[in-house]
Design a protein around this ligand. Sequence first.
Ligand code: SAM
Length: 229
Amino acid sequence: MALPQCPRLSKENSGAFSAAHGKDVWEYVKTNPEHSKLINDAMACHAQVTMRAIIDNCAEIFKGIESLVDVGGCNGTTLGMLVKAFPWMNGINFDLPHVVSIAPPCHGVVHVEKDMFYSVPKAQAVFLMSVLHDWGDEECIQILKKCIDAIPKDTEKVIIMEAVLDEKIGKGKSLKDVGIMLDMIIMAHTTNGKERTAKEWTHILSAAGFNRHSILKIPAIEPVIVAYP
Ligand SMILES: C[S@@+](CC[C@H](N)C(=O)[O-])C[C@H]1O[C@@H](n2cnc3c(N)ncnc32)[C@H](O)[C@@H]1O
């Protein structure tokens, strides 16, 4: 199904990827299935590593959640692992049509195609991994507002897995430095995307309408940010 033009706020076509290809990466992959497969396979590999860390260390945040929508969930690898580990949940894997149309079937997961700048399917909680770093602050606030609209008022949460950069960059060797490398990759591949510090996360979460959030460190590059509207 063809979707109407994306209503996202920032439309300028800057950044290295856009300069090379004449469009941003998400527009480019719509008509380049090989590049789309490259990204989907890479994200599925990343999900397999990262999901183990969240499943083994953060099971309590999924307790009581009967339905979870994974926004920008790619081919469903993430939700497939979460639903298998926490079988009381039903999963909604939500992504653009060219991604969802070739996603493999997965027990306990339904695939839904749409554009997150329009709306997010309703569920008790939202999961977002490696999505917000693809976008600038204004676009993140737009996406997060759609996530808040999708969940029941006052009861549920948005679970975000993204790098949180250390504000004291360059001190010591640790996995934190990987965040800087990711920031460079995102700078090259997206128009307004970036990795964010804890202060920057606080800014966009409160601008989107969240009352509070906590950052849980796990043995992965990305900690888990749990945000409550
Ligand atoms: C970097 S990938 C992350 C995939 C997955 N969350 C993971 O970590 O394995 C970003 C995902 O956002 C999806 N996406 C981009 N723009 C979107 C939009 N407007 N609506 C829904 N999904 C979108 C892409 O198709 C892609 O699957």
